[in-house]
Design a protein. Structure first.
Length: 405
């Protein structure tokens, strides 16, 4: 039980603000102390007295109101908390957190907090899928903020879709996981990300359009679940999640060597990098001059190391996850690859679709398990794909024998 832990419960101006009382009770049942913090808008939906009575603590609303015990500064509150949960979290507060705006008690506490942060969004489904909201959620997730995704269903505004606040018990369970060490606590996950660069000469290279965002999202999610994470990355455009160990590489050979060197530590390996299949066979030691190359320059390519196949041969009891980026996704072909390369899970992604795959924040994927089902995840944020993939990995971990890394 969570006795001794203080959770700051932020409540914002959503129609589902009344459910924060249930969230508070669910957390108390797990033994946590709760410090409620409400935005001024939230206080229009739910009287602070409700949360005050339940939490037996002054609800913090206005940091300039000296009649409250709110000579309490936001810094002192932030320091005392072991976790900050915002449930429900409006589109507005998510945007403010992403932008670093600090114009009320809750947003100041968020910026001053050094503890884990969990957000449970609730809003109209159109607001939830709006590119601005997707973008802000993506930014926060890559900074290590943990999201409890809203549920699908009939919304108060009359719309059907994703946006309803997650079940209070599910929110409390996620907070407990984070506080008690996380579901991957004690596990080591190695993830590769980004493209590789294969030199033609010292200034030119052959590469691909991978941004690295999928692998970085997996690293952030695994870290948020308590895993020790080793991220081996080619030149990527993504932001490094807090608490993740980064090893930078350039070529497929360097990536292969780094993966093999760190393999003994890892229990889970996720190969999300877009490693070159072919590389120039004879990279020139000096820059090839335009004048000396003539009208045409012929490049001979040779196969680059197949890291996934090599891992498949030596993985032992480890869980191996491969990615297959295709412009015409073929589930049967991906399943054959899963078997051939001795993977446990294969993620097939469609990189031809507009707004998905390389360079995008979103992905449409099929996750297929060896000896199990294939699940289609329609277009969604890479951070959400990462969370679903980690759920698959955890399910697999619980059904296989654990190895000591
Ligand atoms: C009746 C009503 C219901 C609302 N429900 C939501 C909601 O569920 N989610 C949301 O993001 N905004 C919702 N809003 C809009 C927010 O209240 C508005 O953006 C407000 O500025 C949020 O302030 P806060 O984030 O500081 O609490 C609602 C507004 C009204 C009037």
């Amino acid at each position: 039980m969570g006795t001794g832990h203080l959770i700051g419960l932020g409540v914002t101006g959503s129609i589902s603000a009344y459910k924060s009382a249930e969230v508070l009770r669910a957390l108390q049942k797990r033994g946590y102390e709760i410090q409620p913090i409400m935005t001024a808008e939230a206080a229009k939906f739910l009287g602070p007295i409700t949360l005050q009575a339940l939490a037996r603590r002054t609800v913090l609303v206005d940091q300039f109101d000296l009649s409250e015990e709110s000579s309490i500064s936001h810094v002192r509150v932030a320091d005392a908390m072991h976790l900050l949960l915002v449930a429900p979290a409006t589109a507005n507060v998510i945007a403010k957190f992403a932008a670093g705006i600090a114009d009320d008690f809750l947003t100041c506490i968020y910026l001053a907090a050094r503890c884990p942060v969990v957000l449970a969004p609730a809003m109209n489904s159109n607001m939830y899928v709006h590119p601005a909201t997707r973008y802000n959620i993506g930014i926060l997730a890559t900074r290590g903020v943990i999201f409890v995704d809203p549920e699908e269903g009939y919304l108060a505004c009359g719309w059907e879709g994703a946006g309803r606040l997650a079940d209070p018990d599910r929110i409390a369970a996620r907070c407990a996981e984070v506080l008690e060490g996380g579901s991957l606590c004690g596990r080591c996950l190695l993830v590769t990300a980004g493209p590789t660069r294969e030199p033609i000469d010292p200034v030119r290279y052959v590469s691909n359009r991978s941004s690295g965002r999928m692998g970085y999202a997996i690293a952030a999610e695994a870290r948020a679940r308590g895993a020790r994470v080793i991220l081996i990355s080619g030149p990527a455009e993504a932001e490094l999640p807090a608490g993740v160990e980064l090893l930078k590489v350039e070529t497929a050979q360097e990536m292969r060597d780094a993966v093999m060197a760190r393999l003994p530590e890892a229990e889970i390996i996720v190969k999300a990098a877009a490693v070159a299949d072919f590389r120039p066979a004879h990279p020139a030691p000096r820059k090839i001059k335009k004048s000396s190359a003539g009208a045409e320059l012929q490049l001979t390519l040779e196969p680059a190391p197949d890291i996934l196949a090599e891992l498949g041969g030596c993985k032992g009891e480890r869980i191996l996850v491969g990615f297959s980026a295709e412009t015409s996704p073929d589930i049967e072909e991906a399943r054959r690859k899963l078997e051939q390369k001795n993977c446990d899970i294969m993620v097939l992604n469609d990189v031809s679709r507009d707004g998905a795959g390389f360079g995008s924040d979103q992905n449409e994927v099929w996750i297929m398990e060896r000896g199990g089902e294939t699940v289609h995840l329609p277009l969604q944020l890479k951070t959400q794909v990462a969370a679903r993939l980690l759920d698959f990995i955890e399910k697999r971990l619980s059904s296989t024998r654990s190895v000591s890394p």
